[in-house]
Design a binder for this molecule. Structure first.
Ligand code: GLN
Length: 546
């Protein structure tokens, strides 16, 4: 195996941006002509984050192959432009599940199954499996903070890998915090020293230390950290807070992080080619205007729950050279009385995906407002389902129209669970779930879609066939296709067999589009998603005309 492995651990506290640091390093190495792959190891016991509350854990990121993964994989895809899959994210739960299944099958021939070597061997196998294409570099991010009990088997496994792979093929990067004590006007290195001490006590000597700090680290502090932590002086880097997350690769480049990595790992790297990243940052810093987008949803308190959505909007802003003011509106607070007021001043309205009936009526009111006032509207997954319900109720006159998710016994299930009278979808989903070792009947991962001619969808994609990622149980009920179409709704995206409705839109409205899939998962700063791009373009036009 020619792949060199870089392990990234975190110290002092969580939320230091380890995922972004890993993604940024990966992106920088790519600009030097190296092929890169990347993986996240999560020490928690959940088998995958699919069942985790987005409030607590942030968004569930869905890959092409239908894996429900940690949101850091979203950063990886956005920064590196490569597709992640099931093998790019392992949790303790998944590792243990594999080992326990092997034990039940008798694979261990009656031996005592232990953390070392059985769990650690399984971790090592998972780590090595990520470099499928013999990439030049594999970046492995260990979730959590050094010192967590759950993280120990992972740290032990990556410690062993240095011996297994040879020390010239392995590099350890430790990300820590150097807090700034405002009262004393001083940066403090003690937490970093402690965290590195903890790491060394389990046998890992970091090669590079990345220090998150509010202000750049002066040379004497770098020297001090180098001395106490036993690393090269030029291997202590300052990772200062930046305005935009897309500045991090440039910031690391200015610090010389990639240079040091290339030297330490003896990588055949050419000079970094940073024009695209520079151009991206130039555009972000020099917007030609601003538009205000209202996001009407449930998890409004926590941007992490809508991470990819937020980023896709940022990319679309960059593509249109405008800055975005994102206003998160809690749909539970939207009522018939206040909807005018709550939607006032918005240049566009977006209803994102979600589960459960909380706040649904508020979303439907916001959609009605967008439809009637010709405000650009984008409905994603649940947002499209709500748009269909709104149209069925208020235009078609089916007052009780609903999704079976919110009213099991609705007389007009315009959105329904495809089970009794149409089990082909179920079969397809089950087949896929089996393949990716999943329970449930969620439609997950990438599915093809035909784009209908002469629609806004076609204007955006300019392609007759696309592939987008799904994560939902309910579907548009084809029984209502005809009445809804007669009432003016256009079905602008269909599965190849035309049995599933994937996009709907309204003619005579500048931009009103709903999609059953999650386009936000495929947007990147270098490749903004066409639907988001066109949605924001419509917002710019709307603002101009207002
Ligand atoms: N709750 C809806 C469903 O399961 C929508 C899911 C979503 O928005 N991701 O179909």
């Amino acid at each position: 195996m020619k792949t060199k492995f870089i392990f990234i651990t975190g110290g002092v506290l969580s939320s230091l941006g380890k995922g972004l640091a890993a993604a940024s390093i990966g992106a920088l190495l790519q600009t030097r002509g190296l092929s890169v792959t990347i993986q996240k190891l999560d020490p928690y016991i959940n088998v995958d984050p699919g069942t985790m509350n987005p409030f607590q854990h942030g968004e569930v990121y869905v890959t092409e192959d239908g894996a429900e993964t940690d949101l850091d994989l979203g950063h990886y895809e956005r920064y590196l432009g490569i597709h992640m899959s099931q093998s790019n994210n392992y949790t303790s739960g998944r590792i243990y599940e594999t080992v326990i299944n092997k034990e039940r099958r008798g694979d261990y021939l009656g031996g005592t199954v232990q953390v070392i070597p059985h769990i650690t061997d399984e971790i090592k196998r998972s780590v090595l499996s990520v470099a499928k294409n013999d990439e030049d570099v594999a970046l492995i991010e260990i979730g959590g903070t050094v010192g967590d009990i759950e993280g120990l088997p992972f740290l032990e496994a990556i410690r062993q890998l240095k011996n297994d792979l040879g020390k010239e093929n392995v590099l350890y990067i430790h990300l820590t915090l150097v807090p700034y004590m405002r009262a004393a006007g001083e940066l403090k290195t003690k937490p970093t020293q402690h965290s590195v001490k903890e790491l060394r006590s389990i046998g890992i000597q970091p090669d590079i230390i990345l220090c998150r700090s509010e202000v750049p680290l002066p040379a004497d502090l770098r020297a001090k950290i180098a001395l106490f932590c036993d690393v090269d002086r030029d291997a202590v880097f300052s990772a200062v807070d930046v305005k935009s997350i897309y500045e991090v690769p440039l910031e690391f480049y200015r610090e010389g992080v990639d240079q040091k990595i290339a030297i330490l790992l003896k990588l055949p790297a050419k000079n970094a080619e940073l024009d695209a990243w520079k151009e991206l940052n130039r555009r972000m810093e020099n917007p030609k205007g601003r538009v205000k987008v209202g996001i009407v949803g449930k998890y409004v308190d926590l941007k992490e729950a809508y991470k990819s959505l937020h980023e896709a909007l940022v990319h679309a802003g960059v593509a249109n050279e405008v800055a975005l003011d994102l206003e998160y509106v809690n749909s539970e607070e939207v009522t018939a009385k206040n909807v005018e007021k709550r939607m006032k001043g918005l240049d566009a309205i977006l209803v994102p995906g979600g589960f459960g009936s909380r706040g649904i009526e508020g979303k439907i009111l916001a959609i009605k407002h967008a439809r009637e006032n010709k405000v650009p509207f984008f409905g994603i997954c649940l947002g499209m389902q709500c748009a269909v319900i709104e149209y069925a109720r208020n235009v078609l006159g089916l007052e009780k129209a609903n999704s079976q998710e919110f009213d099991e016994f609705t007389p007009d299930p315009v959105i329904y669970l495809m089970t009794e009278w149409y089990d082909f979808r179920k079969k397809r989903v089950e087949k896929r779930n089996e393949a990716s070792n999943k329970g449930g009947t969620m439609r997950l991962g990438s599915y093809p879609c035909k784009v209908v001619k002469d629609t806004n969808a076609m204007l955006a994609y300019d392609e007759a066939r696309i592939e987008e990622r799904h994560r939902h149980r309910y579907e548009f009920n084809k029984k209502y296709a005809e009445p809804l179409q007669s009432a003016g709704l256009v079905l602008s995206g269909l599965s190849p067999d035309e049995e599933l409705v994937e996009m709907v839109e309204l003619p005579g409205h500048p931009w009103f589009l709903g999609c059953q899939f999650h386009p936000e998962f495929k947007s990147g700063p270098m490749h903004p998603h066409p639907l988001f791009r066109e949605f924001i373009r419509a917002a710019v036009e709307f603002k101009k005309a207002r």
